[in-house]
Design a protein around this ligand. Sequence first.
Ligand code: NAP
Length: 291
Amino acid sequence: MKKIMLIGENISESLSPAIHNGAIEYLGLGGKYRYELMPVAAENFCSEIKKIMADENAAGFNITAPYKCRIIDYLDEIDNFTQKCGACNYVKKEKGRWIGKNTDGYGFIMPIIKMGFGIAHKSAVVMGAGGAARAVVLQLINNGIGSITLINRDTAKAAVLKEHICKVSGFGSENFIIYSYLDLQNDKFSSIMLAADLIINATSAGVEEKRLPVLFNAAMFNKSQIIYDLSYMAKADDDFKQSARAASAVYIDGREMLMYQALVSFVQWTSKKPPVWLLRKIVFDALDGVK
Ligand code: NAP
């Protein structure tokens, strides 16, 4: 039996085992693969990773916070996107070598592509400057985005992201603007939101009841925009989600991204493709109480 794992720190609530084991069962691969949670504490990371990699039955793993960067040093190879992004969330053993990729960018862009929205020369506002924001920004650039406005509490972190991404992608720094929420009075914040084609929340606000430092309202959005929240835990009364819907903008839930990044991982580990409807059903059923 081949083991596929999720490695991370606080992963007990993760939907990944339900998604992957659901797909394994559906495709009749139950005798061949099993997806397991593998919680790893930071102080044991090095020894645990070496143990996992030495396990004959380990076929691959997903890796999440806080190890998406740290894992890269242990891998034999990473793809170009992962190298540019500096964060890896997918690993597969191929002919005894450990190959890392980043599936967040793909998971992020697929729902936008599926709805036929062209990104080339458009403008995006991205809130957040963590690992997910890096993958989002790089994927937007790869798809021809015209300009990016990045808003983050910690502007030094945002500046590091900007410098790194502009360097590795060749994106013009004059088209990449950084703000802190504190720089933006209400009118300025609203006008930045209204001028954007895509508005993406790539922060972890919303988790553990943390809030973004702004309160959204419907007048900040319009019906030709895409409003995308990477969080798959946003509640129905969340002001970002509610305002997007009240403005008749297209709202994309992080559950779609979760589903697509799981799909691409599964296909690469097993060479079998579960139907999209199955993964969507597993994800949406599991989070039914959150909507
Ligand atoms: P991360 O590396 O820890 O970064 C978190 C970011 O959120 C930082 O930029 C932080 O700002 C910002 N932030 C946190 N609390 C905030 C608040 N109250 N107000 C404003 N900004 C706040 O996390 P990550 O890995 O990038 O993940 C970000 C989010 O994306 C999480 O919700 C995660 O679940 C989601 N995600 C979803 C998927 C999916 O498949 N749907 C995939 C990956 C990630 P500072 O820098 O100022 O501290």
